[in-house]
Design a protein around this ligand. Structure first.
Ligand code: B12
Ligand code: SF4
Ligand code: SF4
Length: 382
């Protein structure tokens, strides 16, 4: 139950306001909320190294605003604290490994089967900010800015600094009670709320499952991702021709990839989301590759309205599906669909269709999934 706010003559201590803020965040659907300082300066050297090595590939936006990433006060002048939140995203009754292991089905990363999370989380963060300003008793003086994902903010280091979890060897934020299948978001505020203790330990121990099973070997070392090899990057962010040596390893993953998280023992503790909006649309959790490949642009646009899948564009969608069909079990219907679509698509998609037809003709067959060969795969409940 909500406690009454302090009366106007006696301002509420910030400690109690912070507690009520965390309770309010839970009521708004966030599973956790914690507060930290606007400071990511400890990341400067590693971030610079990562960029200098070129691991960001085509994501040129990561090279911009280096100073703001390191010092969030430059992004929002006057910011005193960052309120970090996390929200679980795995929909109930959604299979993971089972779909991944069927080469004729499409595997879409489990964070994006339903409505685009950006809008949903930003809206809830705005409500949280409005609540904070009202409860602090001086709406005009309390300022806040909600962000999720798209601003130059190093969300994982800040969430770790707020104590929400540690950064795993797969570079994602992990929590001992919830695994890693959650989104992060944040509220910048000028209110000097009390901060939470940072997570200072890694709980990965000697485990290296995520590094071992990554299909494209995208981790040059623990805690460092070469995004150019990551299937998530290749299917969502990258707009060019997918390097041929990586195509067979992508299997049926047509938008994003979850393998390094699925194998993680901490994801035994991942909770299913109660959010209706994250539930799969158009059976995207269990659909044949061929069905999706047969969508025309109009159907693609209609069926991905309000979904983060739009980010890859229709051309990227067709390119990804062509690769996945090349990795499928094939058959007359698949080959027919690839051939008949070939004439109406861009040169980029054509090239991927040609690759798929050649691969199917060679009878190479689907590449075994490294995740299935790992003993930890037995723990994955489908
Ligand atoms: C760009 C981006 C991507 C890129 C690059 C991923 C990456 N690791 O950075 C791509 C497209 C590949 C991607 C993929 C995914 N992403 Co993404 N992504 C982002 C985004 C927008 C920015 C991340 C960023 O700043 N990267 C820059 C680099 C420099 O960060 P970094 O790789 O961690 O680099 C650090 C380490 O390399 C380290 N380092 C460097 N050298 C060395 C050396 C040593 C020895 C050590 C120990 C460390 C070290 O220091 C660097 C600086 O901190 C964030 C949102 C945000 N604003 O933070 C979401 C975000 C990280 N993504 C998210 C998700 C869900 C995913 C996917 C799971 C989606 C999917 N299912 O396909 C995958 C996971 C892939 C993976 N294993 O990371 C979530 C993660 C939530 C969580 N629990 O952590 C975020 C936070 C979005 C959100 N708001 O929820 N993503
Ligand atoms: S998301 Fe997939 S491709 Fe990317 S690092 Fe994880 S396992 Fe490798
Ligand atoms: S799979 Fe193992 S090494 Fe990788 S993040 Fe999980 S606990 Fe850490």
């Amino acid at each position: 139950m909500e406690q009454p706010s302090a009366n106007a003559n006696q301002p509420e201590p910030l400690e109690s306001l912070a507690q009520r803020l965390k309770q309010r965040a839970r009521e708004l659907g966030f599973q956790q909320c914690a507060i930290t300082l606007p400071d990511a300066s400890a990341e400067a050297e590693h971030l610079q190294q990562w960029l200098d090595t070129g691991y960001q590939g085509e994501m040129g936006y990561l090279e911009q605003h280096f100073d703001k990433r390191i010092d969030p006060k430059l992004l929002v002048p006057g910011c005193e604290r960052i309120v970090m939140v996390r929200m679980d995203y795995l929909p109930p009754e959604t299979t993971t490994l089972k779909t991944l292991a069927n080469p004729d089905k499409a595997y879409i990363a489990r964070y994006t089967l339903g409505r685009d999370y950006h809008k949903l989380i930003r809206k809830r963060l705005k409500q949280l900010g409005q609540w904070l300003a009202a409860e602090a008793g001086d709406e005009a003086a309390v300022q806040f800015r909600p962000f999720v994902d798209s601003a130059p903010v190093l969300e994982r280091p800040l969430a770790r600094n707020a104590g929400i979890g540690w950064i795993g060897k797969h570079t994602l934020l992990l929590n001992r009670q919830a695994g890693s299948l959650f989104f992060l978001g944040e509220l910048f505020t000028n209110l000097p709320l009390p901060i939470d203790a940072p997570e200072t330990e890694s709980h990965c121990g000697r485990c290296s499952a995520c590094l071992d099973i990554c299909p494209t070997k995208a981790f040059p070392e623990a805690g460092v991702l070469d995004a150019r090899r990551c299937i998530s990057y290749l299917t969502i962010e990258y707009s060019g021709s997918i390097p041929e040596e990586l195509r067979p390893l992508m299997g049926n993953r047509i938008f994003g990839c979850d393998d390094c998280q699925l194998i993680c023992p901490w994801n035994r503790f991942a909770k299913r989301t109660p959010e209706e909006d994250f539930k799969p649309r158009h059976s995207l959790d269990d659909v044949d590759l061929l069905t999706l490949f047969n969508w025309d642009e109009e159907t693609f646009l209609k069926n991905t309205e309000g979904s983060a899948i739009r980010r890859t564009g229709f051309e990227g969608w067709q390119r990804n599906l062509a690769v996945a069909l090349g990795n499928s079990r094939g058959g007359d219907k698949v080959e027919e669909a690839l051939r008949s679509r070939r004439e109406s698509v861009s040169a980029l998609v054509q090239e991927h269709i040609d690759w798929a037809l050649e691969r199917l003709a060679s009878k190479a067959g689907p590449v075994p999934l490294p995740i299935q060969q790992h003993p930890g795969a037995r723990r994955i409940k489908d």
